[in-house]
Design a protein. Structure first.
Length: 547
């Protein structure tokens, strides 16, 4: 399966790719087939799949409609793979990524079960020295870090954790062997995307489910259903047009986004429009399909949450529980959807614990003590999320020019150009690094890998050894990204989007919130100027090198 290096010395390759998810697999394909480079790829998982390799928890599925949650680089692939549901389960997405790895012969490039420990730029050789946890050393001219937006797990330590006599699992490190939860007393900590899917799936089978909620979430139904064959047919007929429209939208979710402001219509019209998208299901759809200003206008945001709040109160029979489930903050986190989530609280076997009022004091031998009450449990599930965006990158020691480490450079905040590069780290590329557009993932991964491929091709064609963004380009991109984020309501709410979920992490903007279409235009501008204005070749302004 892998080409594990057996020689003790340094192995020279053209490029190293880190990650075997959507982004990594396509990176290997593009570097090898579009640029003709030799590629050594790594993943710390046992196989391809990225986030879908790890997130095997009960109920795990994509909450993006699958017609936009897939690759587009090969129309034949798009047409031949048959998805079964509007929002596919983890098993189906993992099978798809396995199919892609086989179809394009990508697995052979990977060395699995391997953690990259350090990436050090050798300024003399103008190459990256890559060290693995197996003690191997590789030397590569180009690096592509496709390490995942939501991959480094957040595992809070609760007092007494070691005393607990039952099983503890993190949602994103779920075992490969079946975990039997039937008839068990299960506790779930966390009510983000993972937690709500777990609640919905586990509540009917557990003897008792106790949900430890710190912050309530605005959740709308997903409305799972088979894929509309008419939709797929229409995409097939207009494949390029559909893909173009997907990329030239705000969120790249593949549905028609509204261009109407909620503020421009009366209250009844607003209400009716939100009810309609609520009925059709989908989190991003709810936020972007009815109106274009839910994420930016307090009026629109309030109208959106009034409708969700009404539905929570109608669904949950116990009014005290219902009130606990209605959030008090703005609707400005990653929008969530899940079928059957609020209904789970009507089961006599589900208990909701508000850990803001009665904090988790400790894990005991028998369960969890929150406030004065001990909840007896057989299994505890930590659905506590991720050190998002920069977490996985910063877990690898990385050193660019002049001994500058990424750990130092990003200490106060992440600095990056277009989510794909960072100044002083030549020939180092990231897929969905910091300051990427806040969108559906697979389409932006492909677009970024194509951009990276063009940048590498330009470097090679120029006869230069290295390319990197200038400090000025990076500062400008940071400023632009910050201004797009400041125009939204997202900075006003704590979540992984702004780093607030991880103690000690800088609470800053980590995204370009200007939309996918604007992002595409920025990539085009760099291509049109042949990576001239905002880049350094061999450490010099590109215009000077080209002259
Ligand atoms: P999220 O969305 O970050 O949710 C994590 C949840 O865990 C959230 O409800 C947190 O409460 C809760 N949490 C975290 N730490 C604690 C502690 N110490 N005590 C109690 N509760 C805690 O992660 P997910 O895995 O659900 O989803 C992440 C993304 O993956 C998702 O948005 C999709 O894009 C895919 P809090 O809200 O911080 O009060």
């Amino acid at each position: 399966m892998s080409n594990v290096a057996t020689r003790p010395d340094v192995i020279e390759v053209d490029s190293v790719v880190i990650g075997g998810g959507f982004a990594g697999l396509y990176s290997v394909h593009a570097l090898r087939d579009n640029l003709g480079l030799t590629v050594q790829a790594f993943d710390n998982a046992g196989d391809v799949g990225g986030t879908w390799y790890w997130n095997r928890y009960p109920g795990a599925r994509s909450d993006t409609e699958v017609n936009a949650y897939c690759y587009f680089f090969d129309k034949e692939l798009y047409n031949e793979w048959k998805w079964s549901e509007r929002y596919p389960r983890q098993t189906e997405i993992l099978a798809y990524l396995g199919h892609v790895a086989d179809r394009y012969d990508l697995r052979n490039h990977y060395q699995f079960n391997t953690q990259i420990e350090s990436l050090v730029f050798d300024e003399k050789a103008e190459r990256w020295r890559v060290t693995t946890d197996k003690g191997q050393q590789f030397s590569a001219r180009f690096l592509v870090e496709a390490v995942g937006l939501l991959s480094a797990t957040n595992v809070p330590e609760f007092p007494g954790q070691e005393k607990f006599g039952g099983e503890i699992y993190h949602s994103a490190r779920w075992p490969h062997e079946p975990v039997d939860l039937v008839g068990k007393r299960v506790g779930i900590i966390g009510t983000g995307s993972s937690g709500i899917q777990l609640v919905s799936e586990i509540s009917p089978i557990a003897e008792h489910l106790t949900v430890f909620q710190r912050t309530a979430q605005w959740v709308v139904p997903s409305r799972h259903r088979p894929i509309d064959p008419g939709l797929l047919e229409s995409i097939r007929e207009n494949y390029d047009g559909y893909h173009h429209d997907l990329l030239y939208s705000t969120t790249a979710f593949g549905f028609t986004e509204s261009n109407v402001s909620a503020e421009s219509v009366d209250e009844a019209t607003r209400h009716e429009a939100f009810e309609k998208v609520y009925d059709d299901g989908g989190g991003f759809q709810y936020m972007f399909k009815a109106f274009n200003d839910v994420g930016t206008s307090l009026v629109a945001n309030k109208a959106a949450t009034d409708v969700i709040g009404k539905h929570i109160r109608e669904t949950v029979r116990d009014p005290i529980v219902a009130e606990l489930l209605v959030p008090t903050d703005l609707y400005a986190k990653r929008p969530l959807c899940c079928d059957g989530y609020f209904e789970a609280y009507n089961l006599p076997t589900t208990t909701l614990v508000d850990v803001k009022k009665t904090p988790i004091v400790e894990f005991t031998e028998k369960g969890i003590r929150a406030g004065d009450t001990e909840y007896e449990l057989d299994v505890i599930v930590l659905a506590t999320g991720f050190d998002a965006v920069s977490g996985n990158q910063l877990r690898i020691f990385q050193q660019g020019r002049n001994g500058l480490t990424l750990q130092d450079k990003w200490r106060d905040r992440t600095h990056a150009y277009m989510g794909t590069m960072t100044a002083d780290f030549p020939n180092m590329y990231m897929v969905y690094g910091p300051m990427s557009p806040f969108t559906n993932q697979p389409p932006v991964h492909e677009a970024q890998v194509n951009f990276i491929t063009d940048a590498i091709r330009h470097t090679i064609d120029s006869g230069a050894a290295t390319l990197e963004p200038s400090q000025k380009a990076e500062e400008d991109w940071m400023e632009l990204s910050d201004s797009t984020a400041a125009a939204t309501l997202f900075p006003k709410v704590n979540s992984w989007i702004n780093g607030a979920n991880i103690p000690g992490k800088p609470v800053r903007n980590y995204f370009f919130m200007g939309g996918m279409a604007a992002y595409m235009d920025h990539m085009k501008a760099d291509r049109d100027t042949e990576f001239g204005e905002r880049f350094l070749l061999d450490g010099q302004p590109a215009e000077r090198v080209n002259a």
